[in-house]
Design a protein around this ligand. Structure first.
Ligand SMILES: NC(=O)c1ccc[n+]([C@@H]2O[C@H](COP(=O)([O-])OP(=O)(O)OC[C@H]3O[C@@H](n4cnc5c(N)ncnc54)[C@H](O)[C@@H]3O)[C@@H](O)[C@H]2O)c1
Length: 432
């Protein structure tokens, strides 16, 4: 098929590369010139395991083309995927749909024959209706169909998730168009993905409903971890035994820091706005948002307690600052709240993250990026394991101590309490 993917971020570039790898011809568009130049010179603008190889392979085969020229890409494609960002508006809980509507307006200028316009970006219910209205200002209804096809991939696992998703959801009010998309996804469906079709608004809601539910699971286990810390119960035991119940399932039941990332914080907020708009109080999701906000403060308080209420001039190592491993994405990571708080209280912080130095921390004083765990932990009073990168799972703490013994706050429960105690480490974790 002839495809155009608009927005070369985590979702757009991965989708484009995977579609091309399935044999489709894919035009990739971004308004960011620098990004397109990088891609045309074999550089991937962000870190996602396996993506560089996949992009290069399909670029060399000629199936993947990068451009800022939307006209060229639209004219040469039958199916257009909108994959631009839909962040939270600065002063409200709502999703900022500016980029989606900009694309719709631009695309409407170039539609010359029938096009399927697919929204892969996460957008609130009725966005598809609004895209349709915008395009109708320029083009007749016969020339296009607007479809919702939300994306469920996870950063860090994006290629695997795209190729082997649990389900592909397509929301369209047109059966012929649904069939066309089903045939595009056929190789993926044949490998075991469930194809689920519904109407357009249904697909828009499914994405938010899924994300809000996963966020709820995380907040639920995080709150139980707080109770475990006060009652001498091990949260891991509770989570494992709960997860063994097939009605519950074990995934997303891992206690840790507040959830972050580019999706859960903004999507939980956006769905409550939709609820309010349709006079439906989504009170469970609203309390998940509150619980997660509280957690950011609570874990800082815990750090303070571990340091015997004296943060001033204490040296702290942050191991991992991204919101999850195998990504360089810093959006809404809890480290963005924790590090500035500790700096403000007078801490001196070293941080190390396998995905490199972060521009988000460039302006802070008393905050240094180290290029490895050993340098980060030199002479510190406390090491905080913030992100569960593989390389933090088997650290040799005795070697890390070098000159000075430090406390360890493992916010991902990577080590067993018994083992760490037996070794004589001053070890703290979550809910245990
Ligand atoms: N990141 C994830 O893990 C993930 C997973 C599932 C769904 N989503 C959803 O997918 C969407 C995209 O997320 P992302 O993380 O890939 O975003 P991103 O911020 O990584 O990338 C968005 C890209 O769109 C480009 N863009 C913006 N406006 C444009 C325009 N008018 N024309 C051309 N390009 C334009 C930007 O330059 C940027 O390169 C969001 O709605 C998000 O909620 C994200």
């Amino acid at each position: 098929m002839k495809i155009c993917v608009i927005g070369m971020g985590y979702v757009g570039l991965v989708s484009a590369a995977c579609f091309a790898d399935l044999g489709n011809n894919v035009w990739c568009v971004d308004k960011n010139n620098k990004k397109i130049n990088l891609l045309n010179n074999n550089h991937i603008p962000f870190f996602e395991p396996g993506l560089e190889e996949l992009v290069n392979k399909n670029y060399l085969s000629g199936r993947l083309k990068f451009t800022t020229n939307l006209n060229l890409a639209v004219t040469n494609s039958d199916v257009l995927f909108i994959c631009v960002d839909t962040p939270k508006l600065k002063k409200s809980r709502s999703a900022d749909l500016r980029h989606v509507f900009d694309v719709a307006k631009e695309v409407s200028k170039y539609i010359d024959k029938f096009k399927i316009i697919v929204t892969k970006s996460t957008v609130p219910i009725t966005t598809g209706d609004k895209i349709e209205e915008l395009i109708l200002r320029k083009k007749r209804k016969k020339l296009f169909e607007v479809v919702s096809n939300p994306e469920f991939l996870r950063e860090g696992e994006a290629i695997r998730d795209f190729r082997f998703p649990d389900r592909v959801v397509v929301g369209s009010n047109n059966k012929k168009v649904t069939k066309k998309l089903e045939s595009l996804y056929d190789p993926i469906i044949k490998k075991g993905a469930e194809f689920f079709s519904t109407n357009r608004r249904g697909a828009e809601l499914i994405k938010y409903a899924a994300n809000a539910f996963l966020a709820t699971k995380i907040s639920y286990i995080n709150e139980l971890a707080n109770l475990c810390e006060k009652t001498g119960v091990n949260i891991e035991d509770v989570a494992i035994a709960m997860g063994l119940d097939k009605r519950i399932g074990s995934r997303f039941l891992r206690a840790g820091p507040a959830f972050g990332g580019s999706c859960f914080p903004k999507d939980t907020r956006a769905i409550t706005v939709t609820g309010d708009l349709f006079k439906t109080d989504l009170s469970i999701i609203k309390s998940v948002i509150k619980s997660n906000e509280k957690r950011r403060i609570l874990l800082n308080e815990r750090v303070k307690k571990i340091l015997s209420n004296k943060i001033k001039n204490k040296k702290i190592a942050f191991l991992g600052v991204t919101f999850k491993p195998n990504t360089d994405d810093m959006r809404q990571s809890s480290s963005l709240v924790m590090i500035p708080f500790l700096l403000k209280k007078g801490a001196i912080i070293n941080y190390y993250d396998p995905s490199g130095k972060k521009k988000e921390f460039a302006k802070h004083r008393n905050l240094v990026f180290c290029s490895n765990v050993y340098d980060a932990c030199e002479n510190v009073d406390l090491a905080i394991i913030h992100t569960e990168w593989e390389e933090f799972k088997a650290l040799d703490f005795r070697k890390l101590y070098k000159k000075k013994k430090f406390k360890i706050y493992d916010m991902r429960n990577l080590y067993s309490v018994e083992f760490m105690k037996k070794k004589g480490f001053d070890y703290y974790s979550i809910g245990r």
